[in-house]
Design a protein around this ligand. Structure first.
Ligand code: PLZ
Length: 452
């Protein structure tokens, strides 16, 4: 094996060679060196999927310090929809860095924040008057959405769903369903959080959307009571929980029930949002109009930014000074978001997400026909997953899932797993990936399945 000299300053972005190239084993010697330093310096609770040392990324690849070029089927967990170091983002951020880096919007405001709010008000579903507040992370935005809903309704309870993921802060850990690794030993959790059953077509015996919603609403009415309930929060397609697409009619029935009961319906579109599913928001596929919508990840091309957008009467309920944060809506992240939105629009990336979706669904369904261990293929646009099972019993097969992911990693493909039972492989490529890379990445996963 030859060692390619890869300087740490290698320029990323779409001009990087778009190829899968392995020049060392994964991890190579330089990556191993970093992993040793990481183990000695970084808290053990901060894990990693792939033991590499990244030096550049762009288009559909990630390059490591040993000169390996890996196919990116994860986008840093659905963040770099416009690709890493997307040219418009780099240019806008560089210009912003050269003019000013920080004032704190709640001390002395600037235009970028307002322009992002205007754009989100325009792009989110619904023709009603909206307002937006900006934050840093998805979890912080979820916390604020709940905080605002409580202030508006003067009620306290919040309902989240089975398999939900909403973040790692105290309230959002409480909203999240899965115990290990997210919650175990990290309690006590915030009070007034309740859980309702989800529509999970592959595992709930094929309940219709209306039937699954009736079940959830019955739990909510019997165990919480609409008179106590401030908000329902749900991911329109669950992310970490396993890319679960609810049966049609489930979400709309919940939206209707919430509207009739003075309950704020919050869509957590942190993972599904922003062109990923082939629409700006996954809510659009179900024709629902959430009262409040939470965004993050894909909105700012890799810079930390999140948002809460909602009906003006709800969003304006909190008193002046009640919402904010030192870095919330940083001018650098706002510049990135405006350039990111322009890129999705100018480069036709919603359309591209749909094309990627048909490649993924087509190839994965073909694999499934030949291999009964693939129990289900599901998702929308460039957010697609396979659920791996024991074909005899339908029981989740986490060991097989891990073996396939490990094989893909060792062979230069970044794939992520997810799911309550750890048996889902998810595909979240950057929307700038070429068909060649995507298909190559999928064939490595197929090989991994064959070898396992
Ligand atoms: N809501 C729907 O998917 C983040 C988690 C990565 P933050 N998902 C990736 C990890 O293991 O920490 C997420 C999400 C949904 C909220 C969040 C939280 O967003 O930006 O990670 O806080």
């Amino acid at each position: 094996m030859t060692l390619v000299d890869t300087p740490a300053t290698l320029t990323g972005g779409p001009s990087l060679a778009q190829e899968r190239r392995l020049v060392t084993a994964i991890p190579g010697p330089r990556s191993q060196e970093l992993m040793a330093r990481k183990a000695a310096a970084v808290a053990a609770g901060v894990g990693h999927t792939l033991p590499i040392s990244v030096v550049a990324a762009g288009g559909g690849v990630i390059v490591d310090a040993d000169g390996n070029s890996l196919i990116d089927l994860g986008s840093g967990i659905a963040v770099t929809g416009v690709g890493n170091s997307a040219p418009r983002v780099v240019e806008a951020v560089t210009a912003q860095l050269n003019s000013f880096t920080h004032t704190c919007f709640t001390v002395s405001p600037y235009e970028g924040y307002v322009a992002v709010a205007e754009k989100l008000n325009e792009l989110t579903p619904g023709e009603h008057v909206k307002r937006t507040a900006l934050f840093n992370s998805g979890a912080e935005a979820v916390e604020n959405a709940v905080k605002i809903a409580r202030h508006f309704t003067k009620k306290q309870a919040v309902v989240a769903f089975d398999h939900a993921y909403h973040g790692r802060t105290n309230l959002t850990m409480g909203l999240t369903a899965k115990n290990i690794p997210y919650k175990s030993g990290f309690g006590p959790f915030a009070s007034e959080v309740y859980r309702a059953p989800l529509s999970y077509p592959f595992r709930d015996g094929g309940l219709s959307g209306a039937e699954a919603a009736a079940k959830a609403i019955s739990v909510i009415e019997k165990q919480v009571g609409a008179e106590n309930l401030a908000a329902i929060i749900i991911e329109p397609i669950q992310g970490e929980g396993g890319f679960i697409v609810p049966a049609q009619g489930f979400l709309s029935a919940l939206v209707e029930w919430a509207a009739a009961n003075d309950v704020v319906f919050i869509a957590d579109e942190v993972q599904t949002g922003f062109a990923r599913t082939g629409a700006w928001f996954a809510s659009e596929h179900e024709g629902i109009v959430p009262d409040v919508i939470v965004t993050a990840k894909g909105i700012a091309g890799g810079l930390p930014l999140s948002a809460v957008t909602g009906r003006a009467e709800i969003m304006d309920s909190a008193m002046a000074g009640g919402l904010g944060g030192t870095y919330a809506g940083s001018p650098i992240a706002c510049a990135a978001a405006l350039a990111t939105i322009e890129t999705y629009e100018a480069d036709g990336l919603l359309e591209r997400a749909r094309e990627i979706g048909s490649v993924l669904i087509g190839r994965l369904n073909a694999l499934r026909t030949a291999d009964p261990r693939i129990g289900d293929v599901r998702g929308r646009g460039a957010m697609v997953a396979i659920e791996l099972v024991d074909p005899a019993t339908g029981a989740p097969d986490a060991a097989l899932t891990n073996a396939v992911a490990k094989y893909a990693h060792a062979n230069g493909v970044v794939v992520l797993t997810c799911g309550t039972y750890g048996n889902v492989i998810r595909f979240l490529p950057p929307l700038t990936i070429s068909d060649e890379l995507l298909i190559d990445g999928l064939s490595v996963v197929a090989e991994g399945l064959k070898n396992a």
